[in-house]
Design a protein around this ligand. Sequence first.
Ligand SMILES: CC(C)(COP(=O)(O)OP(=O)(O)OC[C@H]1O[C@@H](n2cnc3c(N)ncnc32)[C@H](O)[C@@H]1OP(=O)(O)O)[C@@H](O)C(=O)NCCC(=O)NCCS
Length: 163
Amino acid sequence: MLLDMEIVIRPARVSDVTLIHGLIKSSIEESPILNAEAKKDGFRKYGLSQLHDLLSKDNNIILVAVGPTDTVHAVILLGLDGGVVHLNHMVVADSLRRQGLGSLFIREVLKIAKQLSAHRVTGFTRSNDIATQVLASREGFSIIGHCANFWFAQDYVLWSRAI
Ligand SMILES: CC(C)(COP(=O)(O)OP(=O)(O)OC[C@H]1O[C@@H](n2cnc3c(N)ncnc32)[C@H](O)[C@@H]1OP(=O)(O)O)[C@@H](O)C(=O)NCCC(=O)NCCS
């Protein structure tokens, strides 16, 4: 199903942080993929003050997808390091999933990576996160590594796409 509203993807602003925080917090609470320790870390890492801090750092890129009333419906947090754009976290509001927003974000990230002269876009995903892996594969990414018993003793795959 395609979204039935106009969506704009733009850099996050300080005024978006409360909505971004709410989106990330509820996705962590509801996640069937993260274990308890990973959830605890997610709440800490993406707290309100940490998000403000990330927004103020040059090598971090936070993008939001907003609807006609400028409400934040999705967020993606990126890091830029050594010519690689790394996808740190992506959340689409529960009610808008499977309508192409995640794919739209990934395509925007590829455009931005090109503008930044990055040579690669990568992301780690828990091995049981099928949604993100299918999405990444559909957008031309390949799995380039497997990391067993990694962060919070969960298994991960590393996927990547050259620019
Ligand atoms: C992962 C996530 C960002 C995907 O966003 P989305 O907007 O639903 O993705 P899209 O609508 O663009 O999906 C594109 C394709 O990916 C695949 N896909 C997406 N969600 C899927 C799911 N739950 N199961 C299987 N495949 C899925 C499908 O092939 C889908 O195409 P289709 O709907 O035509 O079958 C979203 O599910 C989410 O926010 N999850 C919670 C947070 C999270 O786990 N983030 C990832 C870790 S950083």
